[in-house]
Design a protein around this ligand. Structure first.
Ligand code: NAP
Length: 294
């Protein structure tokens, strides 16, 4: 059995779909508050449901019983209930899941994390690094997937990149390159890590095929749509001021993530692709899909 925690989320639901498509058994951790439509989708894939919460250790012990691998993508940053926070979910909840997995005799633990930016600190990044450290010391065969910014999140209207209306918000100057990755490719690497000897005791960089600056991304969208984009910049100084004035760890984290983007994040994927061959989604592929251009 393979337990997915975060199964109702963007990456977690795609992992469930891919692992089930490999003919492997999947158990999804869901909450009483999870979106019923998302739970229904999991059921329709023939996935077993386990009711639980990262803040409830007993529920994790039950969910891990009889499980060979645990794959965790859960995070409180977007999908939050009362009591969910970076401290209670992203840190303590994930630590508790690792302990529950170890007690239940789980063999492999696949953890979706993100990349490090030296010199930049924010609560979610600190939590991810502490969880990675705990996992490395747990004795479990770990695969830590350090993912780059997702194109479907950072190049979406929710963050001011509104391709349908030819408007783009850029954090910082827009000159620093990022290896934008598709959440589907992150799910591919997670599913491909199962039973894979190259994904045991491994930290794996998961990024897109080509580093592109936000201004280069805008040019690609302009070419694909045939429209000139209106570009708005959020200056780095404004992001720094926002971070300094943050009233809580979540605000601090959002400002930190925007500063991460503004500083750029280039990744060389050759080593990862040699171990896990796949055709990575490019920003141009994504632009065509968003703009419905063939
Ligand atoms: N966005 C990016 O650019 C980016 C880049 C690199 C890495 N990442 C990482 O990728 C991972 C997956 O992101 P995503 O977009 O798939 O996240 P998402 O769509 O927001 O999904 C979060 C999941 O966590 C679950 N969850 C939250 N609190 C929980 C709790 N207390 N107990 C159990 N489950 C809980 C949610 O369940 P409910 O549906 O029940 O709320 C949901 O299934 C995250 O860890 C994120 O840090 C993201």
């Amino acid at each position: 059995m393979n337990l997915v925690v975060g199964a109702t989320g963007l990456v977690g639901s795609e992992i469930c779909r891919r692992v089930a498509a490999q003919g492997k058994p999947v158990r999804a951790l869901v909450r009483s508050t999870s979106d019923p439509a998302k739970i229904e989708k999991l059921k329709n894939l023939g996935i077993e449901l386990a009711s639980g919460d990262l803040r409830d250790r007993a529920s994790l012990d039950t969910a891990c019983r009889g499980t060979k691998a645990v794959l965790s993508t859960a995070s409180s940053t977007v999908s939050r209930q009362a009591g969910d926070s970076i401290q209670s979910v992203d840190l303590e909840g994930q630590l508790s899941l690792i302990d529950a997995a170890r007690s239940a005799g789980v063999e492999q633990f696949v953890y979706v994390s993100f990349r490090d930016k030296p010199g930049l600190e924010f609560p979610l990044q600190t939590a991810k690094r502490q969880v990675e450290q705990h996992l490395k010391q747990s004795g479990l065969a770990y695969a830590i997937l350090q993912a780059s910014p997702f194109m479907e999140i950072w190049l979406s209207p929710a963050l001011g990149f509104d391709a349908a209306n030819a408007r783009a918000r850029i954090y910082g100057t827009g000159h620093n390159k990022i290896s934008w990755v598709s959440f589907r490719d992150v799910a591919h690497f997670a599913a491909a890590s199962l039973d894979n000897p190259r994904a045991r005791h491994a930290v794996i960089g998961v990024a897109g095929p080509e580093p592109l600056s936000p201004l280069e991304v805008v040019r690609i969208f302009e070419e694909v749509s045939g429209k000139k984009f209106t570009v708005e910049h959020v200056p780095e100084e404004a992001l720094r001021a926002q971070k300094a004035a943050a009233a809580d760890p979540m605000q601090d984290t959002f400002a930190g993530l925007m500063l991460f983007y503004s500083g750029g994040d280039e990744v060389d994927m050759r080593a990862t692709l040699a171990a896990f061959p796949t055709q990575l989604t490019s920003v141009r592929d994504y632009a065509r899909a968003v703009l419905q251009v063939k």
